[in-house]
Each structure stands twice: as C-alpha cells, then as structure tokens.
Design a binder for this molecule. Structure first.
Ligand SMILES: Cc1ncc(C[n+]2csc(CCOP(=O)(O)OP(=O)(O)O)c2C)c(N)n1
Ligand SMILES: [Mg+2]
Length: 192
C-alpha cells in the first residue's frame, strides 16, 4: 500500500473554496487549529469544537438535520474511533446536506502525537458497512475531487483523508457559547 499523504492545510482550504457557505464543524484540537489557520477569523460558520472529543460527527449530523444549508464535518481519526456507532446513526438519517471528512493522521496529534494503534483500521470500510458512501484519499487533488463529488451527492459521503500530522500555531476563539451562538445565528433553521 502506498504511504502518500495529503496536506491538511490545503485540503481544508479546498473545503472553503468548494463550499464557501458551508457550516464547518471541526474536531477539537488540530482540525480546528488548521481551520482557524486558513479561515477568515470572522467566519461565523466555523463551528469549532473545544474539549469535546468524540462528538464532532454527531454535532454535524444534528446541525445538518436542523438546517437546509450545507454542513461539513472535519473529524479526527482518534475521535471518530471513540464513537464509531455515530456512523450508523448518520446512515439512518442520511441528510443530503452533510459531508463527513476524517483526517487520518494515525495519531492523537493534539495531545502530542501518541500512536492511535489503529493504522490498520479501514475507516472507509467501517463507514460503508454502516450504510454510508465512503472514499479514501491520499493526496490533496484527490481530496478536492472527492469533496466536490461528496457535496453534490444526495447521500452522506465519508471521506477518509490520510494526512501527515501538523502542529499549527493558530487558535480559534476560546469563548464556547460565542462560537456556538455565532454559528447557529448564521444558519437558517426553518426545518426546526
Ligand atoms: C474524552 C476526552 N479524552 C481525551 C481528551 C484529550 N484529547 C484532546 S484532543 C485528543 C486527540 C484527538 O485525536 P484525533 O481525533 O486523532 O485528532 P488529531 O489531534 O490527531 O487531529 C485527546 C486525546 C479529551 N479532550 N476528551
Ligand atoms: Mg488523529
């Protein structure tokens, strides 16, 4: 198997380029730090998670059900591993406005790069066997293509993107209610 890996910064930029209006729910730690690095700091639809490990995809599902607008989850492999059952719930609801990206860096990057002990785990296979469409990508161009396809699909697609670990300096705002309120107020919630 090839060990090529995509660039998480460039892939996150692709997300914002391809879906500039999407609500982006980013996993605690590195996924949020990278999103903050490549975003306008005033981007209200960046719903950064702070501290709450293992819930990002579930939060994204809830958001997608409550709005007609596009919702993209940027999850981490260690965090998704804590809550794999969420994928079956995503498949049960299958909202047409939700896309799930998993940054597969094989480590708990945010807490210092401890090994995930899960490099053999086939996250795309798990997603498919949970009833979802899934694709694995290993470079930035393939990610952009897969992401464009996923956002045009009527079903939820899980994109497992193999990336090198990164250690950004940027941090999102640390005011949790502000982040949540700002994201919520930026979305239409007529479906609620
Ligand atoms: C329940 C819980 N356990 C542990 C932590 C500490 N913690 C914060 S981020 C993190 C690692 C997350 O790993 P992953 O999802 O792979 O994302 P990465 O940091 O690699 O981008 C850990 C262990 C936490 N915040 N909550
Ligand atoms: Mg990780």
């Amino acid at each position: 198997m090839t060990d090529a890996r995509a660039d998480q910064y460039a892939c996150t930029e692709s997300v914002l380029d391809i879906t500039p209006d999407a609500a982006v729910v980013s996993n605690l730690g590195v996924a949020s730090y990278v999103l903050a690095s490549v975003s306008d700091s005033e981007r209200a639809r960046n719903f950064y998670q702070w501290g709450s490990m293992g819930v990002t995809t579930a939060v994204g599902l809830g958001l997608a059900i409550s709005t007609d607008e596009p919702v993209t989850v940027l999850d981490g492999d260690g965090s998704l591993l804590m809550s794999l059952g969420t994928l079956t719930t995503v498949a049960r609801y299958d909202p047409d406005n939700l896309t799930v990206v998993v940054w597969a860096n094989d480590v708990y990057g945010t807490t210092g790069g401890q090994s995930l002990q899960a490099s053999q785990t086939d996250f795309a296979g798990i997603a498919e066997n949970s009833g979802l469409d899934a694709v694995t990508v290993r470079n930035t161009e393939a990610f952009a293509d897969a992401y464009r396809d996923a956002t045009e699909s009527a079903s939820v697609t899980v994109i497992v993107c193999h990336v090198d670990p990164v250690d950004p300096d940027a941090r999102p705002p640390f005011d949790f209610p502000y982040i949540a309120r700002r994201a919520r107020d930026s979305l239409s919630t007529d479906t609620m």
